[in-house]
Design a protein around this ligand. Structure first.
Ligand SMILES: Cc1cc2nc3c(=O)[nH]c(=O)nc-3n(C[C@H](O)[C@H](O)[C@H](O)COP(=O)(O)OP(=O)(O)OC[C@H]3O[C@@H](n4cnc5c(N)ncnc54)[C@H](O)[C@@H]3O)c2cc1C
Length: 831
């Protein structure tokens, strides 16, 4: 066996094999180790469906790549992966479900995935065994279907070997030790003894520059070996196979195979299997398993069938396909299927470790294996993938995450596979968990919370006497029951004042003799002068946006970096590693995470200054907040009543405003003061939804939507925050990339009852020229607003485009940047 390689891949399921294939194809020297046999993990019992349907842009790309890749595997390897391109028919029982499909279709269009719409009558004509009278319609994906999971894995393994990858079975990884420039990986030879897989005395140490773990249900053991947290914990998933259905056998004599049938409202998929049916339900109550590790005795085993748990779904299959009622059960499978709290796998660098890559937590691992291999190999061999993989990044979860949280959220995620995926959905499990002190006060004012990285953050303030299910019932693919509340909040910010809780922001203090030189190199903008702030960007090696920071300079070598709350661990890992890597060059730097010590309120609106004036303790309160003493983009330490805090004159809503960074233990005191004084000035507590609309009126890009690793800050139109006269990390690559597309703001004459969500395709005539990344409603313009990326020739203000919403094309016009108050007169107002 090889003992020295460029990359070691651990795990010979579909995912590990797909990664080994693509690393080998990229020319790397690769060894794949599997403790048992290839496909002996979850891969062997997967149903093999390849659903393209996905609400996530990155995952849609991954699934799309896989489907195309699998189609070419036989020609490349001579092995048939058993791909049946039968299509996938998603049926809808309700209008809301049709709305969901239309939103999905909009995302699919941005990736180029084909689809077709069917009426109930068309479904009946094509598939007479399917009962249709209670359906509203369906969406058909002609290009997907199902594959044989073992065969596709073996085909990828053969392809990998053709690319020089060595594959060794019956070797288990038992220890990892980082040696400064490579991993020393201790592996143990495994042997079959009496039906059990047991370790032998034979061990080796492999020297690998990079390691990828794709250990499926063993992720918790991998986490323990690496000393990190990996919130991938399996949940039970079952499917049953019926005896041949005579009606189906008869029908198939003259007809092609049914597409995979999905009755999402009934929470199941069904496909044909040797004249019978496979029913795969996503029922309530499926338990998490192996919370701390898979027992040694568990190999390719299954759990006992729990028919009672899936009775409802079984009955609904019989309702939908009446001929299935009389056929008996032939087979059943109940196996572990890995989940993560948000349902996306964990693909990318392991938190805190060097050259360690995770590919864990796959619930659609057969579908994702090819695309994961392709994009992860790009990240490893080229530094970046061509799509933004942040939504899959293992560092999206912080150290606050526990096993109980992950297991409970994973169970919830499983049960939600077929629940309507409203873009405004907030899931209930494990909440509230991370609450700022003002939480109870906000709740008492009607706050309906969303969860950001575990934090509770008001999305909007609903009625004071709202029933518990208010937010649940307020969800919609159109303007939901929360819309009027958000609109009133946005109007308050434009006309009086709003108080927004931004405590979840990630905050990192960077100080010490090396801090200034380091940050000058690390970020794109000129560093602020003392007492000032800037917006700035840290780039990837490919010159695209890795992180957006508001940077405060509070001392000669003392800075605070504020970034998106959802990306705390992701940002921290990047910053920590960059400091470690460059300390010899720039000198000593201290990094301090102050996120949970500091609360943040944003006070915004024309009356913001009046409210603060009433509270500020200063020798001259009248001038303390004037443009002279406290100009826009400045930061000062001030006292509001008895609360000492750092105020920052900036407002993400584009209004006159200050962010108030305060000691967390004084938060309720500060909240009470602001609300009491604000009452006379029309102050309204405001949630994240209104804020999201308002920032689009100012064309303020948001991290995770407009800003990410697939566009440079120049493509994002942020030239004024990029100082080309200095040298900074990623600059050469950014310049070399040029402008592939441009970020624009659009005003939209859309439907009366809906705004775009930021996933829709943009057209010039019949040509798709871009996609939206954000969407909402503009109170300033009284119509829908959105941001997105278009080809450079369609980015000029005044360009007329069309946006696809609910299967129709609606007029959209590219505006100037910052359509509301382009001169920033409101923000700069003196007083
Ligand atoms: C009933 C059921 C039906 C499913 N149907 C579908 C479907 O239709 N479509 C779909 O896309 N997905 C489906 N899935 C999910 C799919 O099975 C998984 O997502 C996929 O198999 C995950 O592949 P993997 O390579 O990540 O993990 P696995 O297949 O579990 O592979 C991990 C491998 O790593 C090895 N390993 C672990 N630790 C070590 C170590 N320390 N050293 C060496 N080797 C190690 C294990 O032995 C194992 O072989 C289904 C799952 C279930 C349970």
């Amino acid at each position: 066996m090889k003992t020295q390689v460029k990359a070691l891949v651990v795990g010979g399921g579909a995912v590990g094999t797909g990664i080994a294939y693509h690393l080998g194809k990229a020319g790397w020297d690769v060894l794949l180790l599997e403790r048992d046999e290839l496909t002996s993990g979850s891969t062997w019992h997967a149903a093999g469906l390849l659903p393209l349907f996905n609400m996530s842009y990155a995952t849609s790309h991954i699934h799309d790549y896989s489907v195309k890749f699998y189609k070419g595997l036989e020609a490349e390897t001579g092995l048939n992966p058993g791909f049946a391109v039968v299509g996938n028919l998603r049926m809808a029982q309700t209008q809301a479900r049709m709305d969901e499909y239309m939103l999905y279709a909009a995302t699919a269009e941005t990736v180029g995935i084909p689809h077709e719409w069917l009426t109930p009558a068309q479904i009946r004509d094509r598939y007479p065994l399917v009962r249709t009278e209670d359906l509203k319609g369906a969406i058909l994906h002609p290009t997907d279907g199902y594959i044989n999971p073992a065969d596709v894995t073996q085909a990828m393994a053969k392809g990998a070997r053709q690319h020089g990858v060595a594959i060794e079975r019956k070797w288990q990884v038992d220890a990892y030790a980082w040696q400064g420039d490579h991993w020393a990986v201790t592996v143990t030879k495994m042997a079959d003894r009496g039906g059990n897989l047991v370790p032998t005395d034979e061990q080796q140490v492999i020297r690998a520059e990079h390691v990828v773990t794709a250990t499926g249900n063993h992720a918790q053991r991998t986490a323990q070996l690496l000393g990190i947290k990996i919130p991938a914990i399996p949940v039970e998933h079952q499917y049953i196979v019926t005896e041949p259905d005579p009606a189906l056998v008869q029908w198939r004599k003259d007809n092609p195979e049914h597409p995979v049938l999905r009755d999402a409202d009934a929470k199941w998929y069904v496909r044909e299997e040797r004249g019978g049916w496979i029913l795969g339900p996503y029922e309530q109550g499926a338990p998490a398993r192996f919370k701390y590790a898979v027992p040694e005795s568990f190999r390719a085993d299954l759990f006992p069938l729990d028919l009672e748990r899936i009775e409802e779904e079984y009955m609904s299959m019989i309702h939908r396909i009446p001929t299935s009622e009389t056929v008996g059960l032939k087979d059943d499978y109940n196996g572990p299927i890995c989940y993560t709290p948000d349902g996306n796998p964990l693909v990318g660098p392991a938190p805190g470790l060097r050259n360690m890559w995770l590919a864990e937590g796959f619930s659609f691992g057969i579908t994702a294996a090819g695309g994961t291999g392709y994009y992860l190999a790009q990240m490893m061999t080229e530094g970046e993938a061509e799509i933004d993989m942040a939504s899959l990044d293992p560092r999206r979860y912080g150290s606050w995450m526990t096993t109980e949280y992950a297991a409970t959220k994973n169970e919830e995620c499983y049960a939600h596979v077929f629940i309507l995926h409203h873009p405004d959905e907030e899931r209930a499990a494990c909440r509230p968990l991370r609450t700022a002190p003002a939480y109870d006060r906000q709740k008492a004012l009607g706050a309906q919370f969303g969860q950001v990285n575990g934090w509770e953050r008001p999305n909007y303030y609903g009625p004071l006497d709202a029933p518990d299910n208010f937010d649940h019932d307020a969800r919609s693919f159109r303007r939901g029951g929360w819309w009027d509340h958000a609109r009133a909040e946005a109007e308050a910010v434009r006309s009086t004042a709003g108080l927004i809780d931004a405590t979840a922001f990630a905050k990192h203090r960077v100080s010490g003799p090396g801090a200034t030189a380091f940050l000058d190199w690390f970020t794109t903008n000129t560093l602020p002068r003392m007492g000032r702030i800037n917006l700035t960007y840290a780039l990837t090696g490919a010159g695209t946006t890795r992180t957006e920071y508001t940077i405060l300079r509070t001392g000669e070598d003392d800075y605070t970096l504020i970034s998106a709350g959802a990306w705390h661990a992701y940002d921290q890992d990047f910053l920590t590693k960059a400091i470690e890597d460059t300390e010899p060059r720039f000198g000593r730097i201290t990094l301090q995470d102050t996120t949970t010590q500091t609360g943040v309120f944003a006070l915004a609106g024309p009356r913001a200054r009046d409210i603060l004036k009433a509270l500020i303790r200063d020798p001259d309160p009248e001038t303390a907040l004037s443009n002279k003493r406290f100009p826009w983009l400045a930061t000062r330490e001030i006292e509001l009543g008895m609360c000492p805090l750092r105020a920052v004159r900036v407002a993400y809503t584009g209004a006159l405003g200050w962010e108030l960074h305060h000691p967390i233990e004084m938060q309720t005191y500060l909240w009470d003061q602001l609300m009491a004084v604000g009452a006379a000035h029309g102050l309204k507590p405001v949630g994240a939804r209104a804020q999201n609309w308002l920032r689009q009126e100012k064309s303020y890009r948001a991290f995770g939507t407009e800003l990410g690793r697939d566009a440079t800050p120049l493509e994002a139109g942020l030239d004024r925050f990029v100082d080309l006269s200095k040298d900074f990390h990623g600059k050469a690559a950014m310049v070399e990339t040029g402008i592939r597309s441009r970020c624009v703001t659009l005003l939209i004459d859309g439907p009366d009852d809906a705004d775009p969500w930021g996933r829709e395709a943009l057209y010039a005539g019949d040509t798709r020229v871009g996609r939206l990344t954000s969407g909402g409603y503009s109170v300033a313009f009284g119509k829908s607003i959105a941001m997105g990326y278009v080809t450079p020739d369609h980015a000029a203000p005044g360009t007329k485009l069309k946006v696809r919403m609910f299967n129709a094309l609606w007029d959209a016009e590219v505006t100037e940047d910052s359509p509301f108050d382009p001169q920033n007169a409101t923000i700069r107002a003196d007083g």
